[in-house]
Ligand binder design. Sequence first.
Ligand SMILES: *Cc1c(COP(=O)(O)O)cnc(C)c1O
Length: 452
Amino acid sequence: MTNNQKLTNDALFERARRVTAAEDYDIQSRYPSIIERGDGPWLYDVEGTRLLDLTAGDGSLLLGHRPQKVIEAVTKQMRDYGANFSSTLSIPRIELAERLVERYPVAEKVVFSKTGSEATTLSVRLARAATGRDLILSSGFHGWHEWHLPYGQMGFDPATGVANFGYNEKALARMLTEFSSDVAGVIMSTELYYFDPEYYQRLSAMCRKHDVPFIMDEVFSGFRCGSHGLHGSGKVPADMVVISKGLTNGHPLSVVMGRRDLIDAYDTARAEGTYLREVPAMAAGLAVLDIIEDGSQHANGERMGQLLMDGMRDILNAHEIPNMVGGPPMFFDVITTAKPLMTKIYRTAYDYGVHFDDCGTQLVLTSFDESNVDFALSAFERATKKVIAESDIVPGELNEEFRLNTAEEEFGGYLRDDDRTRGLIEQTVQAIANRDRSLGPWRHAMGERSGH
Ligand SMILES: *Cc1c(COP(=O)(O)O)cnc(C)c1O
């Protein structure tokens, strides 16, 4: 490769195709830009095209690109101290743990890992190790690890010991009643468009009644549903909470925090890993907590998000595209009855300089200002007008059926109370009852307790 040749998006996509993968994820289905750098709320691709960023690094960024204080903290750690040492204990780790213990009701103790997938897996491992029980009841997305592949389908997987109750309260009540003394934990991701805090309170209370640990996967919502997440707002008690995205503004770090007796199962659970000790990400986390401490970052981000969310809803309404636009202002959902139309609208808006998340969840950075919101809305409006004029896609009807189907497709929410759902619950309960307890990875994780 010669360095004086100008890099183009097309040439780089070709090179990428030859030597790396993700044709679906990163090549075909994405906008045709290779991003070279970010600056606050903006992205710049290799050809110098500027795009407003509504993806926030898939939620990993909270403040924007390259905030000075975070860069300084990470650089100082790497330049003056180092990246990795022989023990997971370091001053930044201990300080960060102390800050989190102060910050969250659930956090008597905290442990760290690198990614959200790793931390949710760790929380499940801790729950099994601490309780000596085998079953996990789960709803929602927790990452890409093996135990989580059947994501989105109600049922029981005997290979992993995980039953998916599909956000269905009756299903959870039934499973807890039948199996409570075998359930190591209930883990669920926060789904804030469909469910209010009272829903999570009820599920948390149900777990408490059956003496089963309630684990909240707030990997996404931890720093985007207000500055403290749903649990940290004080509304929903839990036994363990997992956070990650946002905490470090883009550096790999995840946290499992919770009751002392659960977190203390760490050694029994054999949670080890070379990079669990990596310090710069912890320095980043401390810097972010300092920056968001006075609440002004979130106050601004939420105000900007609200303006953007209301504006996008108004534009869709004005063009008679039935929609459900809502959720927390810093990560709101744009769901319409015309998905193919939306794909075209987002693609067109990209040509006008806005990098919307084309899955429909728009992520607002705290560094947005009103001019950024205006810019995004104007691109969205122009794109909507243009696409509608050129397309003959007719949006579907917005009714209860659509709402229920969307819940099932988007996050595995089985919210109906009909024969099919009752049948699925029954099948799942039977599959759990008939499980072969000699299978499954938990028997290792339970270590000494189960006599291995
Ligand atoms: C992103 C996400 C995960 C997985 O985190 P990774 O860092 O991508 O491994 C788990 N749970 C939720 C709710 C998430 O949003």
